[in-house]
Design a protein around this ligand. Structure first.
Ligand SMILES: Cc1ncc(C[n+]2csc(CCOP(=O)(O)OP(=O)(O)O)c2C)c(N)n1
Ligand SMILES: [Mg+2]
Length: 384
């Protein structure tokens, strides 16, 4: 269960204020009632987030079932982490860049990325405009939505994001509304060398005397496959690491969509103004398996998982919305039913689509296919 000693006030974002990096900022308590004296969140905005969170939950559940039925090859779900995913997306503009980790696909959906393309990618069929059927599922990418394709190699997105933010700073030296760059990693990724490289550059690079337009975001779901977060980090919290790099570190309840939204909005405003980048630790829990290739009952106490399920981010936000009169139980049920219908109907259209043409496997590296690839293509197509 999270440490709730420091639930308020709203983080100061003062680089010297260690309490915001050690505490746990919350707007909602475990039951979905307001705590502390945080700024108000518009109920309409919160409702939009809740809708996306429910949709992502249902998509994940459906995709896990498809994998178990042998209809797709792999999947990594964001179950229990939807608040951090969707609230982070909500706080930014669609022109801001996202360098995601495995579980942030919902950010693209929240920006309007097509579920049809999402499904086509998971099947690797000829409509997979993300990776042309060449990647495992969950490697979504969309230039239109500023969503950069995940590299399977952990943590690479962190230094890449610093580079993207640097490019944005150079291209927009005088604009207060310059595009910013958001990068997500997990707790396990903080043990990789790339994490320290990125954190260091994020602090020292100050083109034009301004901080980079950058937000570094860590979903601490407390597990890196079978390695618990206690074996990744000897510091009290991950957010405290930011201070050593000259960044601002904030720790937030990642299962509280309103709290993540407020922290992200402040980090966004600061990034646009050129203040030192913020590193956010969103404390959550991976209530499911790492991916479909994993069985957590082999290495962890699932009674702890059960306690974290009680902190379900969707249920907490739903309680708050119903209390505000922004949602009714009937409307919630209707939205769940709409999501289910949408997913099933799209699946029935997407699943029969065939794989990309064999020839595409040999394209996109050379402008003209060299002889040795032409020979391989002929051999593969059975013509040789
Ligand atoms: C450089 C590298 N090492 C190992 C792996 C295998 N691997 C994939 S995900 C993962 C754990 C990631 O844990 P975390 O960063 O906490 O993210 P989470 O999956 O919990 O969201 C590992 C070890 C990898 N993809 N890349
Ligand atoms: Mg993790």
């Amino acid at each position: 269960m999270p440490d709730t000693r420091h639930t308020s006030p709203f983080p100061s974002f003062d680089p010297d204020d260690l309490s915001q990096a050690r505490g746990l900022f919350r707007v909602l308590d475990e039951e979905g009632a307001e705590v502390g004296d945080a700024p108000a969140v518009d109920a309409g905005v919160a409702l939009g987030m809740w809708r996306s969170m429910v949709r992502v939950r249902q998509i994940d559940e459906r995709m896990l079932a498809l994998q178990r039925q042998g209809r797709i090859g792999f999947y990594g779900a964001a179950t229990g982490q939807e608040a951090a995913v969707i609230a982070a997306a909500e706080a930014m503009e669609n022109t801001d860049w996202i360098h995601p980790a495995l579980r942030e696909g919902g950010m693209a959906l929240h920006r309007g990325f097509s579920l049809r393309t999402w499904l086509s990618h998971c099947f690797g069929n000829e409509d997979d405009t993300c990776t042309k059927g060449r990647q495992m599922p969950c490697h979504y990418g969309s230039r239109e939505h500023g969503y950069i394709t995940l590299s399977s190699v952990m943590t690479t997105q962190f230094p890449q994001a610093v580079g993207t933010a640097y490019a944005m700073a150079l291209r927009h030296p005088n604009e207060a509304d310059r595009p910013l760059c958001f990068a997500a990693i997990g707790d396990g990724a903080t043990s990789e060398g790339d994490f320290h490289v990125a954190m260091n550059f994020a602090g020292v690079m100050r083109p034009g005397g301004l901080g980079l337009p950058l937000i570094l975001f860590c979903q601490n779901n407390q597990w890196a496959i079978s390695t618990p977060s206690a074996k990744q980090c000897a510091a009290e919290t991950l957010a405290m690491k930011a201070v050593g790099y000259g960044l601002v570190g904030v720790r937030v309840d990642g299962n509280d969509a309103l709290a993540v939204l407020l922290v992200m909005q402040e980090a966004v405003a600061r990034a646009r103004r050129g203040e030192p980048p913020v590193f956010i630790e969103a404390l959550t829990y991976r209530v499911g398996a790492h991916t479909t290739s994993d069985d957590p009952s082999r290495y962890r106490d699932e009674s702890v998982t059960e306690r974290w399920r009680q902190l379900d981010p969707i249920a907490r936000l739903e309680t708050w919305l119903i209390g505000k009169g922004a949602l009714t139980i009937d409307a919630a049920a209707a939205w769940r039913s709409d999501c289910d219908t949408e997913i099933r109907s799209l699946l029935s259209e997407v699943e029969p689509v065939g794989p990309p043409a064999l020839r595409t496997l040999f394209e996109d590296v050379y402008a003209e296919m060299p002889d040795h690839l032409a020979a391989q293509y002929e051999q593969a197509s059975g013509a040789a």
